[in-house]
Design a protein around this ligand. Structure first.
Ligand SMILES: [Zn+2]
Ligand SMILES: [Zn+2]
Length: 236
């Protein structure tokens, strides 16, 4: 389950310098996939606290931190209070071995956009190797935020021509960026990774990139049509 937590920061004083450091620390935790996006930093009477949601019990462990976060730990220490399950964010994948991955999101998806092919749940980004020479997951997270924004515009029937093209056309920037991320994930995970395309009206009978007929698959929580040449997927 996704866990809502109250993080108590143990600081000697309440000051703007410390506040700024905590703002950066939380932002770095988000960019590393250790907390989900909708976090809050609150100044209480005697301490700063943050309300965050994490994928797992131990998501804030230093073993998942990158070098930026470990540097912050020289000045910042905290304790964690579990507040309960955040039912707004799907639980994460707990499969022992993930053999196929999907890059997939939607306007209502608040979890990781890297989904397990078996259980279809998101895999916490701190368990995914970094891509594109980054030391955090900024490309994946920005792509997801853009995807969600465009999907929401489509759902609200705003700018239909533009949004449909971004979601479906292999020549759109959203699609091209997704495929760059997919290629990199394929390389670092050493397992097949598919980009999931959500066709808005009618699912084409053939792959929109190579025009070959889709391959049908069963027992996959994420998709039932694949193109194994282009590594894209969809549902009937
Ligand atoms: Zn799984
Ligand atoms: Zn294809």
């Amino acid at each position: 389950m996704s866990i809502f937590k109250k993080v108590h920061f143990s600081t000697r004083e309440i000051s703007d310098d410390i506040k700024e450091e905590l703002v950066w620390f939380l932002s770095a935790l988000y960019k590393n996939g250790q907390i989900y996006y909708d976090y809050q930093l609150i100044k209480e009477e005697k301490e700063y606290v943050a309300y965050v949601t994490t994928a797992e019990e131990d998501s804030l462990d230093s073993k998942y931190m990158n070098s930026y976060l470990l540097n912050y730990l020289e000045n910042i220490s905290f304790s964690i209070e579990n507040m309960g399950e955040n039912i707004d964010i799907d639980e994460c994948c707990n499969c022992a071995d993930v053999t196929t991955f999907f890059l997939k999101s939607s306007y209502i998806d608040n979890a990781s956009p890297i989904k397990c092919g078996k259980c279809s749940k998101g895999i916490p980004l701190y368990k995914i190797p970094y891509i594109l020479s980054e030391s955090e997951h900024i490309s994946i997270l920005s792509w997801q935020r853009n995807y969600k924004a465009i999907d929401r515009l489509w759902m609200q029937s705003l700018a239909d021509r533009f949004t449909k093209r971004q979601l479906e056309s292999p020549r759109s920037m959203l699609f091209i960026t997704a495929m760059e991320i997919r290629n990199e994930l394929d390389r670092v995970l050493q397992r097949p990774v598919y980009y999931y395309i959500s066709f808005q009206d009618k699912v084409p009978t053939h792959c929109p990139i190579c025009s070959q007929i889709w391959q049908e698959i069963n027992n996959c929580g994420c998709a039932d049509l694949l193109c194994n040449q282009c590594h894209i997927a969809t549902c009937k």
